[in-house]
Design a protein around this ligand. Structure first.
Ligand SMILES: [Zn+2]
Length: 594
């Protein structure tokens, strides 16, 4: 629409503003009939609300000024041609300002249009140019349902590139989630990218080479002297054979039904809601066992829906320090009695009693595992498995975790038959109490989550013989170890050097439940089946021996390839050489038994 109005020296400027309203502005020039052309309104550009307001302000200011400028110019210039040129210039400037002010306010957040991954590069495409600087923690990537940390985020135009901790293999299922944080992503108009969850990612990564079939290996350790006897000490004895079929342990595959009961006391009343513990504990412990067992063990947890007030102050139960099992059993007896009317205990395999944070050391983390005949009978079932403890925060790790989470994950390991791997007597010194196995197994230092090491997984029936390579005679073998966290593939080279001593060589990567480990690489373990519980029964041969509060002891134990890394382990029995560290986190290793 281009119209020209010139009525008796009065210029009629017709402007269509956003929304279609017509605004008529009259200019009384009194200097001849020089018309201003109306400007088409639609400009197509988008802007923020603040930008639009500023542009409208600039336009109004120019309009006010242009009349005076023109008067002044006309006064000084009589030539019609010069005047016309001047007016043309003003019109042009006005049109520019009008176009800018007519921008459409952008209220549409940028939308994700595509997500693709190739190797360790995941690209997100949006429908608008992005601004912002999101931290890596804003994105969450899962590969075959394992948490796969993002190590870098880069913005370019309409794209976001995420660098992943490891390359993804072809055929793996990848999803990406985004939760806005400080420095959240937005478009130029300031519209924030909305949170999204579990968006499928197109995976164009290369398929991994198919490894040669493994012959398989089933290590056997002579039955320990305690075999066939009920486990009378707490925690378990140093029994290192397979746990399947053992009558004193819970089944290690299938489904276990666990009951969480939150209890409080007159001298330690509950502050947090039931849901606070329920949501955290059920999700963390269930996913822990699902991932660790590669789906072979389902820990199905239910939380009793109310805090249960105990009859006596917490002090009176004698649960500080290391009380005898009968004391723990008496406590569990009262807890289960208080809720017996609501709970069918015949369906419960294990029970976890959690007190509020304020119980502190008065309610120590204790295993509930009486011998057969000394448990608690409810609804015709003898309850003999569980744990009790306070629900405080463990602030030692890289992120704070509830002790109660570790209460379930670690103590359930004992219920399945695993031994403690830390130095309970602390004869290696306080800070290095965990120096034998460090953070490398949840049965050792559990300041943060971690997988169980390959030997423990084999004990529990979560690894097949074909996932172990045995070097059963002097000689050399070359193998490709796949990350322990990922289902399938070769998980360990096992070297028996005596009837009870085994070297276990495995690959650990910072993904899934291992994502908070402070190092990655190939671990060399020495498992000694002749040792009792908490007595050098499984010791990591550390490439480094550092300690930090966040990471714990020997956090840098991984053998690796790269600057500053140690790539060869050697002692009088075994030599392990790293040949290659592959982008997908696997390692090619050469293992020699002398
Ligand atoms: Zn323990």
């Amino acid at each position: 629409m281009r119209v020209r109005h010139a009525v008796a020296g009065i210029l009629l400027l017709r402007i269509r503003v956003a929304g279609g309203a017509l605004v008529l502005i009259l200019f009384s020039l009194g200097v001849g009939a020089v018309g201003l052309r109306a400007v088409p309104a639609a400009s197509g550009a988008s802007c923020t609300a603040a930008q639009k307001a500023a542009r409208q302000k600039a336009l109004a200011a120019y309009r006010r000024r242009m009349i005076q400028d023109r008067k002044a110019y006309f006064k000084a210039h009589a030539s019609k041609r010069e005047r016309a040129t001047f007016v043309k210039r003003q019109q042009s400037r006005l049109r520019t300002l009008q176009r800018a002010a007519n921008c459409a306010i952008d209220r549409k957040p940028p939308a994700l249009t595509a997500a693709a991954v190739s190797g360790s590069t995941l690209t997100l495409a949006f429908d608008e140019t992005l601004a912002g600087s999101s931290p890596t923690s804003a994105f969450s990537v899962r590969v075959d349902n394992l948490v796969w940390p993002v190590t870098a985020v880069a913005l370019a135009g309409k794209g976001v590139t995420l660098t992943l901790v490891l390359a993804v293999d072809g055929g793996q299922m990848v999803t990406v989630s985004y939760a806005p944080t400080v420095g959240a992503l937005s478009d130029a108009a300031g519209n924030l990218v909305a949170a999204f969850a579990d968006r499928p990612v197109t995976n164009s990564s290369a398929q991994p080479a198919t490894p040669a079939p493994e012959p398989g290996y089933s290590p056997s350790i002579p039955a320990p002297s305690t075999a066939g006897r009920p486990p009378t000490d707490s925690p378990s004895l140093g029994e290192w054979g397979p746990k399947t079929g053992e009558p004193y342990w819970l089944p290690t595959t299938g489904t276990l039904h666990g009951l969480i009961v939150l209890v409080d006391f007159s001298d330690a009343p509950a502050i947090e809601s039931v849901d606070f513990y329920k949501n955290y504990l059920e999700a963390t412990a269930e996913s822990y066992y699902r991932e660790n067992s590669y789906g072979r063990l389902t820990l199905d947890l239910t939380t009793y829906p109310r805090w249960v007030r105990m009859s006596k102050p917490v002090e009176d139960y004698g649960l500080a320090g290391g009380p005898p099992m009968a004391t723990v059993t008496a406590f569990v007896n009262e807890v289960t009695g208080l809720i017996d009317a609501d709970v069918d205990f015949s369906q419960i395999d294990s029970i976890y009693v959690v007190g509020p944070e304020s119980t502190g050391p008065r309610l120590n983390i204790l295993l509930f595992r009486p011998v057969p005949g000394q448990g608690v009978v409810r609804d015709g079932k003898e309850l003999r498995w569980g744990a009790v403890g306070g629900g405080a925060l463990d602030r030692r790790g890289p992120t704070s975790n509830l002790f109660a989470h570790h209460l379930i994950t670690h103590e359930t390991g004992h219920l399945l038959g695993l031994a403690d791997l830390y130095d309970a007597s602390q004869h290696d010194g306080g800070a290095l109490q965990d120096a034998w196995a460090g953070r490398w197994d949840i049965m050792s230092d559990n300041r943060a989550s971690s997988h169980m090491f390959a030997w423990n997984k084999w004990l529990l029936g979560w690894l097949d013989p074909k996932q172990l390579r045995g070097l059963t005679a002097p000689g050399t073998t070359e193998a490709t170890l796949t990350p322990l966290e990922i289902p399938g593939g070769l998980k360990a080279v096992v070297v028996p050097v005596s009837p009870s001593v085994f070297y276990v060589i495995e690959d650990r990567q910072r993904i899934g439940e291992d994502r908070e480990l402070c190092d990655k690489g190939v671990l060399v373990w020495i498992v000694d089946g002749s040792r009792r519980n908490v007595d050098h029964n499984a010791v990591v041969q550390a490439a480094g021996r550092s300690y930090s509060d966040a990471c714990g002891a020997i956090y840098d134990a991984g053998y690796d390839i790269g600057p500053g890394e140690v790539s060869t382990f050697e002692d009088s029995s075994v030599k392990v050489q790293l040949l290659a560290a592959n982008p997908d986190g696997s390692y090619s290793v050469r293992v020699t038994r002398k």
